[in-house]
Design a protein around this ligand. Structure first.
Ligand SMILES: C[S@@+](CC[C@H](N)C(=O)[O-])C[C@H]1O[C@@H](n2cnc3c(N)ncnc32)[C@H](O)[C@@H]1O
Length: 319
């Protein structure tokens, strides 16, 4: 999602601002020593660039030490996987960086090339030392083994991965690629921008059919479902690094979690690799999830908006 509403931002940091603030202030500290001063160097992968505002924000918060790789079709969202719910706002082609776009495919290529150039310039203008690579294309085509090998060879495995590509199918393709090709290592931190969006939207009166009591977070679909499937498929053990993914009973995080003062975006750390069956690191039960949905102020934003009416029809499997 694009940055949240200004009112919500005043009280709850979101996006890149939260990344640095959260990692330095509200995360558990034990794991930070794995990276030490290297936490913000290495490689950052941004899935979902649009006009580059988050990428630029992360760059500034990480003092432009890492090499940034941004992946986007630049022509908007693909179709969601068949049967998976999505808000009406996330229709195929929405969130395009090139506007409505020309019909002819040569023109489309040129429009994408111009968009990539514009976004790259807006991030690096006046600062040629910023290391930013933008990779255009739908993930089903652009995330190749060759590209993974190039990233590993030139900038190394990711220290930080931001998933802001909205859909289940996109998070699933991005994460499968990351874990299949060794782009994450123990200590890599993954932030999810829309972890809660679908679940929050079920509190919208238009979405009564999707409302469930005490349901697990992945049962709502979207990023949590992709995360769970990838953890099990690739044998990844994640740990909640910070944000609303931890419900340790009696610990300070559970208090924040329960009252919604821990921000909107969970950050997971890769704790172990190649240890099937894996673990999502999401420790909240359905009751805590429900409490978060009812109380979290950012979550309330999704309740009334018509564009967050959910649909699981008219998706095509082709992406
Ligand atoms: C919410 S926007 C990203 C916002 C961005 N992080 C920012 O700073 O404002 C989601 C982006 O993900 C891209 N996207 C989603 N799924 C994709 C896929 N499967 N392949 C390529 N791009 C995808 C869309 O084109 C869109 O630009």
């Amino acid at each position: 999602m694009p940055p949240h509403q200004p009112g919500a931002q005043r009280r709850h940091l979101t996006g890149p601002g939260l990344a640095r603030a959260a990692l330095s202030r509200i995360c558990r500290y034990g794991w930070a020593s794995d990276w030490g001063d290297n936490l913000f160097i290495g490689t950052v992968l941004e899935f979902g660039v649009l006009n580059g505002s988050y990428l630029k924000g992360f760059g500034e918060h990480f003092r432009w030490k890492p090499v940034f790789w941004g992946f986007d079709s630049f022509v908007g969202l693909p179709a969601e996987a068949e049967g998976q719910p999505r808000p009406l706002a996330w229709s195929p082609g929405s969130l395009s960086s090139v506007g409505s776009g020309p019909a002819a495919s040569e023109d489309k290529h040129a429009a994408v090339a111009r968009a990539v150039e514009r976004v790259h310039a807006s991030i690096t203008e006046g600062f040629p030392e910023r290391k930013v690579h933008l990779v255009p294309g739908m993930y089903s085509e652009s995330l190749t083994p060759q590209l993974a090998a190039r990233i590993l060879r030139t900038s190394g495995p990711a220290s930080f991965i931001d998933i802001d590509s909205d859909l289940y199918i996109s998070a699933r393709q991005a994460l499968d690629w990351v874990f299949e090709h060794g782009l994450a290592r123990v200590g890599t931190v993954i932030r999810y921008d829309d972890w809660w969006t679908l679940a929050c939207a079920t509190r919208n009166p238009r979405n009564r059919n999707y409302h469930r009591d005490a349901a697990s977070i992945e049962s709502y679909g979207g990023e949590p479902l992709a995360h769970e499937e990838v953890a099990h498929r690739h044998g990844v053990t994640f740990a909640c690094a910070c944000g609303p993914c931890d419900a340790e009973s009696g610990g300070p995080m559970s208090r924040y979690f329960a009252t919604g003062h821990v921000g909107f975006n969970p950050f997971f750390r890769v704790a172990k690799l190649s240890a099937p069956p894996g673990n999502t690191g999401f420790a909240a039960n359905g009751t805590m999830v429900g409490r978060f949905l009812d109380r979290m102020p950012v979550c309330r934003n999704y309740r009334s908006r018509g564009s967050f009416a959910l649909s699981s029809h008219s998706n095509t499997a082709h992406v």
